[in-house]
Design a protein around this ligand. Sequence first.
Ligand SMILES: Cc1cc2nc3c(=O)[nH]c(=O)nc-3n(C[C@H](O)[C@H](O)[C@H](O)COP(=O)(O)OP(=O)(O)OC[C@H]3O[C@@H](n4cnc5c(N)ncnc54)[C@H](O)[C@@H]3O)c2cc1C
Length: 283
Amino acid sequence: MSCSYYAPQRLEELLAILAEKKEKAKVLAGGTDLVIALQEGNLDYDYIVALHKIPELKGISMSGDTIVIGAMTTHTEVERSSLINANALLLAQAAASVGSPQIRNAGTLGGNICNASPAADTVPALIALDAYVKIVSKGSEREMPLEDLFLGMGKTKLGCDEVIKEISFKALPDGAGSIFVKLARRNALAISRISVAAIVASNEYVTDCRIAMGAVAPNPFRVRGAEQAWLGRTVTADNLDICVEAAFQEISATLGQRASAIYKKRAGKALIRRALSIASGQM
Ligand SMILES: Cc1cc2nc3c(=O)[nH]c(=O)nc-3n(C[C@H](O)[C@H](O)[C@H](O)COP(=O)(O)OP(=O)(O)OC[C@H]3O[C@@H](n4cnc5c(N)ncnc54)[C@H](O)[C@@H]3O)c2cc1C
């Protein structure tokens, strides 16, 4: 396969190229997923359009209580950001768990999202944070909850002339606990077999409970029944158990009868218990 390579320097230039070339063009971020797919001959594009020179796609900032991360921000930058560590610890942990240092230096948040893998580590953390994505194309801009972006494994609602510009979410309130945990094979570059992102805030009662899971369904998702099971109740081990049991029922229904289901149900339950215990300060 041979194709032409573009490296636009401004967002406007990128969007003009995508509007003209449409489905013949593919955007390249850090390349850690895309280059492998291209090498395997799974994709056929006439134009590769690199995003790395575009300043509008980079950086981490905070305005009021909203944090905005450019799609081209790398996992290393997220992992090391004092803003993210102070206001969304689970996202820093998720970014830190991606692959190896080389992969984290090259791989970006936007690429992790748009690759739409069930096991994308930053996605459960971002879904737990109620993150939104800003999607841009020539002459238009729209925003949607990240959770609504996915259409199954490897598929998103992005049009061929659209890119994610940035991801935004509210900083966690003072006192909220959060964590990202993943189970993977014993291998430094292991892809998640199951992951859990959890946020718990409480006074005497649980005032906020958010749980997202990765690698148990075609795309990461919120375990909303379990969240509701703990909300408004006291932060006790008994009520944590009720929440964990509700989560177990939800992931069991999602996993169905597939071969890995028995392992994933049990391991998922244990991982959720661990995540909620830590996020709620019981461990
Ligand atoms: C050895 C190895 C280990 C890995 N380990 C992990 C791991 O532990 N956890 C994990 O989650 N992932 C892992 N990955 C997968 C990969 O590194 C991540 O998904 C990474 O974040 C992808 O980002 P990227 O910038 O390299 O994307 P690219 O490969 O450049 O692009 C990926 C896809 O997203 C599209 N895209 C990229 N940016 C945008 C944008 N702004 N708008 C629209 N479309 C866009 C591209 O067109 C392409 O379809 C691993 C990969 C390798 C090779």
